[in-house]
Design a binder for this molecule. Sequence first.
Ligand code: ZN
Length: 235
Amino acid sequence: MIEIRYTIKLLSPLRIGTGIGKAAYLDNTIVRDNFGQPIIPGSSLKGKVRATATRLAEPLGFRVHSQSEKPNGCLSDGMTICDICRIFGAAQVPGNLYFENAVVSADIQKVIFQLDRERRDHQLTPRAALSFGQNIRTNVAIDRRTHTSLADHLFSTESVGSPVIFNGSIRSEKSMPVSLRDAALLVSALQFIDHLGGGRGRGLGRCEIRVDDLLMDGASKLDQLAVLLESGEVK
Ligand SMILES: [Zn+2]
């Protein structure tokens, strides 16, 4: 069983929208947990890590199926499974990995809870969690064909302001072994990611991801991983 713990530092506002509006003034809200704090959904990160790992896989000596020959993934034609589908899952095989939601770092959470506790003590509605890091942008919808603004088409979207730090982890299921070599691919992919969410063209979602620890059966393997990556032995 492996666990990769990571830190995501936002370098510009992050937009991972729910696609759902709120009241009348927000057309697209960001994803939040039950306490109202912004999160980075594990599913979003998984998609990004998989896409990045797919690009890195071949140079690192992992087998990847051809996306054009097998658009539905491995096993769609009864062939052997490639490394990417083995690690991340394919249509007929469950993935080996569980990506938890990344949450606002514990230090920031403590401050937010403290601020909301003080507001409650003063009989005020707690709102620090909801307003923390919140950016709301109102845009004019542009007609893509004529490049002119559409009359009466204002829309507002919400994003998480920077700098905010998130923490999260990726774990493998107990029954499915993930090797140190597989972990090296995942760690390389994480470190390679430089943006998340939407609006990349507008400079949104720039980030840095740092891997804080790699645990295999509870023991830290960060040193061994560094040796493996430096030696080029991932191949
Ligand atoms: Zn595959």
